[in-house]
Design a protein around this ligand. Structure first.
Ligand SMILES: Cc1ncc(C[n+]2csc(CCOP(=O)(O)OP(=O)(O)O)c2C)c(N)n1
Ligand SMILES: [Mg+2]
Length: 347
């Protein structure tokens, strides 16, 4: 009922714990933004090689979803995953060093930008094959259910990946077997230079959930608070009822698909980019905090300063770290054979 704000509808003033969370989310989103800007610069200077897909503009998706998880829950993603790795708790140093291909990187310098892994944090990659991670994400959910733990599996993928066969096969089985999974479509409107309108028969992608007997939810990805709320509901369904959710987050990337295409490309207008930037997720949260009296210019400057010090430190660390030893080419190729299996086979 537009314009008839009753007492109940008036926004409740956030309590201290909420404001504290918002502060953490703001810092994390600023960290991801500055980290990515500096990674882009380092790429242009030839310090980072190979593929590199920046996350600038999409920060609220990683922060709003991952912050709802417990440490033992699983996270798996595609190649645009630097921000998700940071939001999951990987250090700026280990992510930057991986982008630099250094031995101190999270994957020993052998994975690079698209293959960030940290099994201790249950961050299961970083995958370069479009949609390849979607069945794996369901696999983690199946493992949790099979073992009787209450872990939840969160799988990220782009809206273009939602057109591949593995998406449909996975959601079918996740719906049928009631897996504790949250499937997040990061709908940034484009798969490389092709808009969702040109590649999908329906553009309300969350509606595809109906075919797989699971709730389909859509949320504004410029608003981290809204993303978190939708994710809280999805996690509750997964953990308590062992049931999956398809969560479509409408987001936007401000920069090119990867380092090889121009800032906004020929497939979209600068006006379109400007429109999203006017509702930048960092700005939206910062304004919300200012309205609640929880942020002023000095506090924002302090966050920026603190974050820049962290990113500069990560760049220095990556720069000074050693290259992987040539012998390391032979390690981490296959998992070591467990001793018990080795014995039974040899006998
Ligand atoms: C199986 C496969 N096909 C094609 C590619 C090339 N490719 C890399 S990214 C991409 C677009 C994917 O777009 P989307 O899923 O929307 O994710 P976004 O890049 O927008 O985050 C394509 C086609 C690939 N890596 N793997
Ligand atoms: Mg996309």
């Amino acid at each position: 009922m537009a314009g008839t704000a009753t007492k109940e509808q008036r926004p409740v003033k956030p309590d201290a714990a909420t404001l504290d969370e918002w502060r953490q989310w703001l810092r994390m989103m600023v960290l991801i933004r500055r980290f990515e800007e500096k990674a882009g610069e380092a790429y242009s200077l030839g310090r980072i090689g190979g593929f590199c897909h920046l996350y600038i503009g999409q920060e609220a998706v990683a922060v709003g979803t991952i912050s709802a998880l417990r440490p033992e829950d699983y996270v798996i993603s595609a190649y645009r995953e630097h921000g998700q790795a940071l939001a999951r708790g990987m250090s700026s140093r280990s992510v930057m060093a991986e982008l630099y291909g250094k031995a101190t990187g999270c994957s020993g310098g052998k994975g690079g930008s698209m293959h960030l892994f940290d099994a201790g944090l249950h961050f299961m990659g970083g995958h370069g094959i479009v949609g390849g991670q979607i069945p794996l994400g369901a696999g983690f959910a199946f493992a949790a259910k099979y073992r009787g733990t209450d872990q939840v599996s969160l799988t990220f993928f782009g809206e273009a990946a939602a057109n591949i066969g593995a998406f449909h096969e996975t959601l079918n089985i996740a719906g049928l077997w009631k897996l504790p999974a949250v499937f997040v479509i990061e709908n940034n409107g484009y798969g490389m230079g092709t808009s969702v309108q040109r590649s999908s028969a329906i553009t309300d992608l969350f509606e595809r959930a109906a075919s797989y007997d699971m709730p389909g939810v859509v949320v504004d990805g410029q608003d981290v608070v809204a993303v978190r709320k939708a994710m809280d509901d999805a996690v509750r369904r997964a953990r308590s009822d062992s049931s999956p959710t398809l969560l479509e987050v409408r987001t936007y990337r401000y920069v090119g698909h990867s380092m090889s295409d121009a800032a906004h490309g020929t497939y979209r207008t600068k006006d379109e980019v400007d429109e999203y930037q006017a509702r930048d997720p960092i700005l939206v949260l910062a304004n919300r905090m200012r309205e609640a009296g929880a942020l002023d210019d000095a506090a924002m400057e302090a966050i920026e300063k603190d974050v820049m010090a962290e990113v500069e430190d990560a760049l220095r660390f990556a720069d000074e770290s050693p290259e992987p030893e040539p012998e390391s080419l032979w390690t981490d190729v296959y998992a070591p054979r467990p001793a018990s299996r080795a014995e039974s086979r040899d006998n």
